[in-house]
Design a protein around this ligand. Structure first.
Ligand SMILES: NC(=O)c1ccc[n+]([C@@H]2O[C@H](COP(=O)([O-])OP(=O)(O)OC[C@H]3O[C@@H](n4cnc5c(N)ncnc54)[C@H](OP(=O)(O)O)[C@@H]3O)[C@@H](O)[C@H]2O)c1
Length: 248
C-alpha cells in the first residue's frame, strides 16, 4: 500500500519536530518528509527520531520558505518520488523583534505569510492528486481578531507576529473556499503554547519564559494527527485548537 505522505516545513525543531515524532510513532502508514532550510539540521532530526524507534518512515528535503527556487525544487523532488502529497503542513514560522518597524514586518511576513503562500501554491497540484488531502497552516491564537480585541496581548514584536498569523488565517480561508470542491481540506491550526525555539533558544525562553510554563509540543503533534485521521473534518475551513475552535 502507498504510504500517507506528509510534508512538514520547519520540522527540525519545536512543533514540526514533535509532530514528526507523533506521526511516525502512530503508524507505519506515514512517510514524513522533514522540509527544513538546513539539510544538516533535517538529517540530525531524522536520525534522532529514528533512533528512538518509530513505525513510519522519514526522509528529508532542503526547503527555505523564503527562497522560491528551493520550494520549487522540493516540490519537484516530492512529485518525482511520490507522485502525490497527502498532507502539507505549513509550520515554519518566526517572530522578528527588529527595532525598525518596516524591517520587523518584512522579516516576519516573509516567513509567516509569503512563505506559506509560495509553499502552498507549489505543492497544491500534488495535494489535489491525493485521495483525501489535507493542508494545515500552523497559526496562533494570537492571530484571532476577536481575542486581540478582548485582551490585546503584548510582547516585543507582537505587532508583526499577530498580524502575520491573522493574514495566514486569511490565506487558509481563501484556499479552503477555492479548493474544497476538489476535496482539499484546509485548516488554520493553533498548536497551543508549547516548548520550542520560537521565543529564543535559552532553556528559560524555550519553556515559555515570562508567559509561564509551555506544554510538551507533542500535544500539537497529537492535534495534527487527529486532523489528518479525519477526526476534525467537521471543522475544515476553521481555526482549530485542541479543545475546539478559536473565534476569528
Ligand atoms: N511554540 C508555541 O507556543 C507556538 C504557539 C503558537 C504558534 N506557534 C507556531 O508554530 C510554528 C512552529 O514554531 P515553533 O514554536 O515550533 O518554533 P521553532 O522551534 O522556532 O520552529 C520554527 C521552525 O521554522 C523554521 N524556519 C524559520 N524560518 C524558516 C525559513 N525561512 N524556511 C524554512 N524554515 C524556517 C525553523 O528553522 P531553523 O531551526 O533553521 O530556524 C524551525 O524549524 C510557527 O508557525 C509558530 O508561529 C508556536
Amino acid at each position: 500500500m502507498a504510504p500517507t505522505t506528509v510534508l512538514i516545513t520547519g520540522a527540525n525543531s519545536g512543533v514540526g519536530y514533535a509532530t514528526t515524532q507523533v506521526l511516525a510513532s502512530a503508524s507505519e502508514k506515514f512517510h514524513i518528509i522533514l522540509a527544513c532550510r538546513s539539510l544538516e539540521n533535517a538529517e540530525k532530526a531524522k536520525s534522532e527520531i529514528e533512533a528512538a524507534g518509530i513505525k513510519g518512515t522519514l526522509s528529508t528535503v532542503q526547503l527555505d520558505v523564503t527562497n522560491s527556487e528551493s520550494v520549487k525544487q522540493a516540490a519537484e523532488l516530492v512529485g518525482t518520488k511520490f507522485g502525490t502529497l497527502d498532507v502539507l503542513i505549513n509550520n515554519a514560522g518566526m517572530g522578528s523583534q527588529n527595532p525598525d518597524v518596516k524591517t520587523r514586518f518584512q522579516e516576519t511576513l516573509e516567513v509567516n505569510v509569503i512563505g506559506p503562500a509560495v509553499v502552498a501554491e507549489a505543492f497544491r497540484p500534488l495535494l489535489l492528486k491525493a485521495e483525501k488531502p489535507y493542508s494545515i497552516y500552523v497559526t496562533s491564537g494570537l492571530g484571532s481578531l476577536a481575542a486581540a480585541s478582548a485582551s490585546g496581548s503584548d510582547f516585543p514584536g507582537a505587532d508583526c507576529y499577530c498580524t502575520s498569523k491573522a493574514a495566514l488565517n486569511m490565506l487558509m480561508m481563501r484556499e479552503w473556499v477555492a479548493f474544497k470542491s476538489k476535496g482539499l481540506k484546509s485548516f488554520a491550526m493553533c498548536p497551543g503554547f508549547v516548548i520550542s525555539n520560537l521565543r529564543g533558544k535559552s532553556e528559560e525562553a524555550r519553556n515559555g519564559g515570562r508567559f509561564g510554563q509551555a506544554e510538551d509540543p507533542k500535544t500539537s503533534g497529537e492535534l495534527v494527527l487527529s486532523i489528518i485521521e479525519g477526526e476534525r473534518d467537521s471543522d475544515a475551513g476553521g481555526f482549530v485548537q485542541k479543545d475546539g475552535v478559536w473565534p476569528w
